[in-house]
Ligand binder design. Structure first.
Ligand code: SF4
Length: 237
């Protein structure tokens, strides 16, 4: 439900929509298992995981995840909690603690919807990929939920203060963000001390098809932006 904090139901710790046992792309430089947790309160029109926006979509539980991790001890660098929005579920904190205790480094993909839960997660995290969806004052035009820019900015500030390895990423569809918006985001992030930023060109695969099938190219990125970062990448989302 938009705006709700999805706690899950019953006695399960986690509601997981899918698990990728080996991934080299979800945590740059690491071989990781990825669990896609169900539930997200936001409604971005380019979402490629819309089927995971409801917590009910998570048919797997923690038993499946920890059995898989047990079998892969020593074979993987880490475990990434992705989604949906993984911090939608209160049980993710305990799951992070347990996976870390098993010897896995912990990564998190988050949209920044749950600053309080991110604060709880901080002691368990080694790396975070944080979406930055728009200039802070026009965030709701992308997420379609009021008050989202303020939450995402609180998450960014918290992560920078904690000094956790951080990749920020912005999905760019020309109907949602102009080149000026991209420049505004890039300059804002650099001024706050962000060192890694990826601009991801919209891809229609997996979306509801609501946006016009247009995309952007590396040459559309305003000149000089890449130089503001230690690591800048233009990707296909
Ligand atoms: S925040 Fe992520 S998971 Fe949630 S609707 Fe937006 S793109 Fe989808």
């Amino acid at each position: 439900m938009p705006g709700a904090d999805c706690q899950g139901s019953g006695r399960r710790l986690l509601h997981i929509g899918g698990i990728t046992p080996f991934s080299t792309v979800d945590w740059p430089g690491k071989l990781a298992c990825v669990a896609f947790l169900a539930g997200c309160p936001w409604r971005c029109p380019y979402c490629q995981n819309a089927a995971l926006q409801s917590v009910e979509a998570g048919e797997l539980g923690e038993d499946e995840l920890f059995a898989l991790l047990e079998a892969r001890r020593g074979l993987l660098d880490g475990m990434v909690f992705s989604g949906g929005e993984p911090l939608s579920q209160a049980g993710v904190i305990e799951a992070m603690r347990r996976a870390r205790e098993m010897g896995f480094e912990i990564g998190l993909h988050t949209c920044g919807a749950f600053p309080e839960r991110l604060a709880e997660a901080l002691p368990h995290l080694d790396w975070v990929g944080l979406d930055v969806k728009a200039p802070w004052d026009t965030y709701d035009q992308v997420t379609r939920v009021p008050g989202t820019g303020e939450k995402a900015l609180r998450c960014l500030t918290m992560l920078l203060e904690a000094g956790i390895e951080l990749e920020t990423r912005t999905t760019w569809h020309p109907a949602l963000l102009s080149a000026n918006d991209i420049a505004t985001i890039g300059h804002d992030l650099a001024s706050r001390g962000v060192r890694t930023w990826a601009v991801q060109a919209y891809r229609s695969a997996g979306t509801t098809g609501e946006l016009p099938d247009e995309t952007v190219y590396p040459s559309d990125v305003p000149a000089g932006l890449a130089d503001l970062f230690d690591h800048f990448e233009f990707r296909r989302a």
